[in-house]
Every structure is written in structure tokens, then in C-alpha cells.
Design a protein around this ligand. Structure first.
Ligand SMILES: Cc1cc2nc3c(=O)[nH]c(=O)nc-3n(C[C@H](O)[C@H](O)[C@H](O)COP(=O)(O)OP(=O)(O)OC[C@H]3O[C@@H](n4cnc5c(N)ncnc54)[C@H](O)[C@@H]3O)c2cc1C
Length: 476
């Protein structure tokens, strides 16, 4: 394969390049909810006169692929965990782009409503039936349909191909994309990495009796073998939760969940806990210990209330505290070695599923030497998850790079727990796109100010007056 062509989309007609993107697009790896939410917000903002970058998604498969059967994360019939009203525009507060009484703010909100979950159902003629059915959670397949609809309507430009490399070239990002027949370069003013990354896993999967997440969902689609009567699931987060539910309820198998904590904790979903997901006001002012505790209680290694209430219907699920340190064949079964403190135990099962989730640092494998050096310099040392998580600024990017690298999946600790998931896609889009508009940009120093609880307000001329409150305080 050769480096045969270069794609650099032309600047958006009719806008002046006074911006920080100079007409170049914002590149997003993955055409999932984050790319679609950004495309919707970008199209709405451009329609009302803001010079924000166009969104170009690089996607190896198809729009919303990870929400469909056969792609490794779901069978498509699983139900969405969050409310569908937490859609692409949520929480619909547009005051990043103008004062609340400013007509432009109202116009943005109105245009955004045209891309809501409800608008999608109305457009498909399904709204009344959904209400009459008491507003059920959509399946992942139905959610994917919504995302595809919004991507089309917003004109999201998707380049099909796998991103193989990402390098800094001057003040831009240059991605090497492989579409199966050709390799070509795509350039952009900024880069946003979406998706959970490939399932990292703690066990080597053999595709037969020890499966990773993708192997499990492949088996689920193809049909479970009768011999897999007892199953060990490793991990206790949402990825594991959906797998346990499918096994115990959908397939009527006996499941033992192995997780390092005392039991299978429920996600904290009170209105007080949920508020930080929709609106991270005050988040940056909390101590790091409190923020980490919050994430542990409400997001990491917990099953959603919905999964828990489904599992209450069956006696098929038990759990063992500990960490799985290895597996070996044992008379047609698998012996799973579990360590808990000083103790080591063996647990036999017909099948083992490693559901410990994705690797959030997967993108570092794409970085070229210049990007890697720049990231190390920006972080002040080796590229570690901890350093990145602590550094993320209000635009959900690592500060100090020549071109922005937005990492919303690593933004929970510094900026708010809703940014890695679907909890506030509208706010995520505002934070990212504001970076490219000088008058609403919150610079890196603002992070420190936000941490100390102060507010930074930048004002501008037409259209309307715009401000970004870096603590998030003006966004309600
Ligand atoms: C099964 C499951 C259910 C979830 N349910 C919820 C929920 O109900 N509520 C919630 O808030 N969160 C949920 N999450 C967590 C999170 O919100 C999702 O992971 C969500 O999909 C993230 O959206 P995204 O846009 O970041 O990426 P994704 O929707 O994961 O999209 C990433 C895309 O990137 C593509 N891709 C990956 N690597 C490359 C590459 N190198 N080149 C090109 N393309 C690439 C993939 O094909 C994929 O289409 C769930 C996660 C999973 C796995």
C-alpha cells in the first residue's frame, strides 16, 4: 500500500478564517455518538454564523458501529443504560455561545432540538407509539438508527478507513488512514479520539473456552453452545453487566462474576449523583480524592440499576471477590486461578469471558515520533493514564500541544464524569468547539482558575456576545 493521496477538506464557504482552525476540520476517530454530537453542534453553530470547524469522522466500519451486533460490544438487542433524552444535544444549555437572553442562544437551542431523540422518533412516525409504550429504553440497534439519522441530517463527513497513525505536522494533525486498498493522509486542525478502544483484557483469549468481549458477542450472535453451562465473567463494570445479563437471563446459564471488590456494587444514580453527569458545576473544585471516590461509586466497576434489577429476577448469578491471574485447561473445562490478598483459589467453569473493558490509552499506539515527543513534553514525563487524566483542560484536551488532542474518554477526573459517556454530549461539543473560536476559547491557564473555583468570561462581538465559563457555572 502506498501513501497515495491527501484529503484536506476545503474551508467552509462563507465563513472568515479568523478562527483557530483556519478552515481545517476537526478530525474525530470513530463515527459514534461523540462524532455525531460534534457534527450536529458544528452544523448548527455554522448555520447561525459561528466560524467553528467542520467535523470529519474517520471510521473503519460504519456510523454507530459499536452499537450494532457483530462488532464486539453488543448484540444490538441490549437496552441503552442512560435515558434516550440524554441525546446528542443534552443538556441543551447554549450559553457557551451567548447570554441566555440573546436571540442567537435561543436559535441554537431551537435548531439543536431538531436533532433530539424525540425529533428522530417524530420524523420516523414512531413518537406517539413510544409515549404510549411508557417511553421504553431503546435497544442499542434503535440508538444506532438515531445516530445514523442525525449524522445524515447534520452532513457529518465520514471517511471510511482505519486510522493507522497520527502525527503532528506544524500546527496540524496528519492521520494515516487505511481503507483496505489504499493508504492516504487526512489533515485537521485538531484531533478527538472517541470509543472505548480495543478490549484490553487480563487474560489471553483462545476464542474457544476463554473469550474476550468481542469473542463473547460473536458467540452470542452465532448461538451459544449447549456445553457452556457454567461461565466465569471477569470484571464488574457495565461491559461485564450486559454480558452477565445476557448469559443469566437471555441464555439461562450459571454465572460467577469475579471482581476485586467485596460484591457487585450498584451504580449510584440518585438525582444528586446524576447532576454531576449532566452538569459538572463545582466538579473541578472538589478534591481529587473526592472526585475519584465519586467515579468509583457511580461509574467504574459498578452495574447500572437497570442491570441490577434485571439480575434480581434470577438465581443464576453469584460472585467471588478477587483478581483472575490465569487460566488452564482442566478435564474439558477451564480452571480459573483467583487471587484475593494472600489467598489463591481455583474455580472451574465451562467458559470464561474476560469483560474487563477497553484500554483508554490505545490511541498512544497510533502516535508518530513528533506527536509522542510533544505529548511527553506537554505532560512533563512519560505518557501515563494518571498524567493525562490530571492534565485535561476545559476543552477536554491535553494542554500545551501544537494542535489540540481532545481525549473526552480520559476527561472524567479533571472535567466531569459525564464526558467519557453519553451523559452530556451537548456540553462536550460546546467545550470542544469553543476551543476553535477565539472569543469563546478558554485557554489552558483557565484550568487552574477553574480548579480554584474562579470564573473566566470572554466576550466578543457579532453574532451576539459569547462567553465560556470555564468552571461550567454559566452553562445552566
Ligand atoms: C455495550 C456498551 C453499552 C454502553 N451503554 C452506555 C449507555 O447506555 N450510556 C452511556 O452513557 N454510556 C454507555 N456506554 C459507554 C460509552 O458511552 C460508549 O462507549 C459510547 O459508545 C462512547 O461513544 P463514542 O462516540 O466515544 O464511541 P463509539 O460509539 O464506541 O465509537 C467508536 C468508533 O470508533 C471506530 N474506531 C475505533 N478505532 C478506530 C480506528 N483506528 N480507525 C477508525 N475507526 C476506529 C469504531 O469502529 C467505532 O465505530 C456503553 C458502552 C458499551 C461498550
Amino acid at each position: 500500500m502506498s501513501q497515495s493521496s491527501t484529503l484536506f477538506p476545503a474551508s467552509v464557504a462563507g465563513t472568515r478564517s479568523t478562527s483557530r482552525h483556519g478552515g481545517a476540520p476537526l478530525l474525530v476517530i470513530g463515527a459514534g455518538p461523540k462524532a455525531v454530537a460534534l457534527a450536529v453542534k458544528s452544523s448548527v453553530l455554522r448555520a447561525v454564523g459561528f466560524d467553528v470547524p467542520e467535523i470529519v469522522a474517520l471510521e473503519r466500519d460504519r456510523t454507530a458501529a459499536n452499537w450494532l451486533a457483530g462488532r464486539g460490544w453488543t448484540n444490538g438487542r441490549q437496552r441503552l443504560g442512560t435515558l434516550p433524552e440524554k441525546d446528542l444535544g443534552f443538556p441543551y444549555d447554549c450559553t457557551t455561545w451567548g447570554e441566555s437572553h440573546d436571540p442567537v442562544t435561543g436559535e441554537i437551542a431551537q435548531r439543536m432540538a431538531g436533532f433530539s431523540w424525540a425529533s428522530h422518533l417524530q420524523d420516523r412516525g414512531l413518537y406517539a407509539r413510544w409515549i404510549d409504550r411508557s417511553r421504553p429504553q431503546p435497544s442499542h440497534r434503535e440508538w444506532a438508527d438515531y445516530l445514523e439519522w442525525a449524522a445524515d441530517r447534520s452532513g457529518l463527513r465520514t471517511v471510511i478507513g482505519e486510522v493507522r497513525a497520527a502525527e503532528l505536522r506544524g500546527g496540524d494533525w496528519a492521520l494515516t488512514v487505511d481503507d483496505g486498498t489504499d493508504r492516504f493522509a487526512v489533515h485537521g486542525a485538531g484531533l478527538l479520539v472517541s470509543g472505548p478502544g480495543p478490549a484490553a483484557g487480563v487474560l489471553p483469549a483462545d476464542g474457544a473456552r476463554v473469550l474476550d468481549t468481542a469473542g463473547f458477542w460473536k458467540m452470542a450472535v452465532e448461538g451459544f453452545p449447549d456445553w457452556a453451562e457454567t461461565v466465569v465473567v471477569v470484571g464488574a463494570g457495565e461491559t461485564a453487566g450486559t454480558i452477565v445479563r445476557e448469559l443469566a437471563l437471555g441464555q439461562d446459564r450459571k454465572v460467577t462474576v469475579v471482581a476485586p471488590r467485596a460484591t457487585l456494587y450498584s451504580r449510584g444514580e440518585s438525582p444528586f449523583e446524576n447532576r454531576y453527569y449532566s452538569d459538572p458545576t463545582g466538579w473541578a473544585g472538589l478534591s481529587e480524592t473526592d472526585r475519584q471516590e465519586f467515579i468509583r461509586r457511580t461509574d467504574r466497576a459498578v452495574f447500572s440499576q437497570e442491570v441490577q434489577s434485571d439480575l434480581a429476577l434470577t438465581t443464576n448469578v453469584s460472585w467471588e471477590p478477587g483478581r483472575v491471574v490465569g487460566t488452564r485447561p482442566a478435564d474439558g473445562q477451564v480452571a480459573v486461578e483467583i487471587a484475593y490478598g494472600e489467598q489463591h483459589r481455583l474455580h472451574r467453569a465451562d467458559l470464561v469471558v474476560d469483560a474487563t473493558g477497553g484500554d483508554p490509552l490505545w490511541f498512544t499506539g497510533l502516535l508518530g515520533p513528533l506527536a509522542e515527543d510533544a505529548l511527553r513534553a506537554a505532560l512533563g514525563g512519560a505518557v501515563t493514564r494518571e498524567r493525562i487524566e490530571r492534565s485535561i483542560d476545559s476543552s477536554l484536551a491535553v494542554p500545551g500541544l501544537p494542535a489540540p488532542l481532545h481525549l473526552p474518554n480520559l476527561a472524567a477526573l479533571a472535567q466531569g464524569p459525564g464526558f467519557p459517556n453519553l451523559s452530556s454530549l451537548g456540553l462536550l461539543s460546546d467545550r470542544v468547539l469553543a476551543r476553535y473560536v477565539p472569543d469563546v476559547h478558554a485557554d489552558d491557564t483557565a484550568v487552574a482558575e477553574a480548579r480554584s473555583g474562579s470564573r473566566t468570561t470572554a466576550r466578543a462581538g457579532a453574532p451576539g456576545s459569547h462567553h465560556l465559563d470555564t468552571s461550567g457555572a454559566a452553562q445552566r
